[in-house]
Design a protein around this ligand. Structure first.
Ligand code: PMT
Length: 398
């Protein structure tokens, strides 16, 4: 998987730099060409000569070296990369790349590579720094652009604090590099339709019935499919999220609007994934003016919304359809019933009574159910990793 591939490894000045040395060694042992680019701060922690000996290639540190004859320039490095990884990535490098600053060799290579090949950023820093809103915002920018982030681990940090900020272990980094290299463009030429977010069913000009869906799960799926080469249309209910990079987004409000948009777009889709939390019922009447408070109770009458997935099952026989099951009890039994009734190929069950899974959380723990097969139970993972694992199952079906 790694043999014969070219990896540009950006190394910055973090105390976890020793893992970058080990990673280089493991990559070279598996037949990968590793081109190391170091920042000046990194060279103060480990010498370029050390990386040069291990990678068996010249290490690049300067944008304008005195003896340029043997050094590949930033464009040449970017052109030959099958993957670009930054290990460890400091808060500084994350901020620079998020904002397109190119003031040294490493950041210039990053801008030249853009999203032409998979990019893996492996942050490592003090827990307070990692939790800082500006670092998190910068990482969100990079994720939206399609960069993979090797989420740092929780544990004892070099600074003596306990927290989240520890660079992932070398075996885990190798797994992710291998995964990114194999996944590259495996959905090229396929058209995906993904739904995300809640729907809003209006009662009057200022009130509506809705649910807690943030859109994170659906957006992660749309981004993951686009990263893997698919043409993606995202039909989104109201969310506060920015559009994922490389995805066409159609905004809707109500279940009926989502129904129309999905039926229109599904005609051209090879894969439909419904992660949206669609309201099953809407108020029978929309009051033109704000409903006035009275002394007594009021009664709302609700009517059924169309079941979007079910109507697709009847209309398009040769596309892969994936639904989600948001459950709070009898999880697998209810999910399996939805798999059968909605005539879909996969259903992703999540327990929405949990705080760290389902609605709003950044993580999810799902069980993937298919016909005539044992369920696949995934561990608790960040939603973008869950998205890739779901897409791996879709790929098998395709
Ligand atoms: O958005 P997040 O905050 O990240 O939260 C993610 C999530 C919890 C919303 C997501 O993981 C999820 O579970 N989405 C499905 C929510 C839901 O509506 O589940 P359900 O069990 O009620 O519906 C089953 C399936 O039928 C779903 O794929 C749903 O999109 C679809 N459906 C439901 C009702 C309807 N009228 N038409 C439909 O197509």
């Amino acid at each position: 998987m790694l043999s014969g591939r070219h990896i540009v490894l950006g190394v910055t000045g973090g105390v976890a730099i020793h893992k970058a040395v080990d990673l280089t060694s493991k990559l070279v042992q598996s037949g990968t060409s590793v081109h190391v680019v170091m920042t000046h701060h990194a060279t103060r922690m480990v010498t370029p000569f050390h990386f040069q000996t291990i990678s068996r290639r010249p290490v690049v540190t300067d944008l304008f070296p005195e003896k340029p004859d043997w050094q590949p320039d930033h464009i040449a490095l970017a052109d030959q990369a099958d993957l670009f990884a930054i290990v460890p990535a400091t808060a500084n490098i994350i901020a620079k790349i998020a904002h397109g600053i190119a003031d040294d060799m490493l950041t210039t290579v990053a801008v030249a590579i853009g999203t032409r090949c998979p990019v893996l950023i492996a942050p490592a820093m003090n827990g307070h720094m990692y939790a800082n809103a500006v670092v998190q915002e910068n990482l969100s920018i990079l994720r939206r652009r399609g960069f993979a982030v090797a989420e740092p681990e929780k544990g004892m940090l070099a600074c003596g604090y306990e927290g989240t900020g520890r660079l992932q272990s070398v075996p885990r980094l190798l797994e992710q590099i291998a995964m990114l290299l194999t996944r590259q463009q495996d959905f090229k030429g396929k058209r995906f339709l993904v739904t995300a977010g809640p729907t809003r069913e209006p009662l009057d000009p200022v009130r509506f019935i809705s649910n807690r869906s943030s859109g994170k799960m659906g957006y992660a799926l749309a981004l993951a499919a686009a990263q893997r080469g698919a043409d993606v249309i995202l039909v989104s209910g109201p969310t506060s999220l920015e559009s994922p990079y490389g995805v066409v987004r159609l905004d809707v409000q109500t279940a009926q609007e989502m129904h129309r948009a999905v039926l229109d777009e599904a005609k051209h889709a090879d894969v439909v994934i419904m992660a949206a939390a669609v309201a099953d019922y809407r108020p029978v009447e929309f009051q033109q003016h704000k409903i006035k408070k009275t002394e007594g109770n009021i009664t709302l009458t609700l009517e059924r919304n169309p079941d979007i997935l079910q109507s697709l099952g009847q209309a398009h026989s040769n596309q892969i359809r994936v639904g989600f099951a948001a459950e709070t009890e009898n999880h697998l039994e209810n999910a399996r019933r939805k798999l059968e009734n909605k005539q879909i190929h996969l259903i992703i069950m999540n327990d929405v009574s949990r705080k760290d899974a389902g609605f709003e959380a950044d993580t999810n723990e799902v069980t993937i159910l298919a016909h005539h097969r044992d369920p696949i139970q995934l561990p608790l993972l960040p939603k973008h990793q869950v998205a890739h694992r779901i897409l791996d199952q879709v790929l098998e079906l395709l």
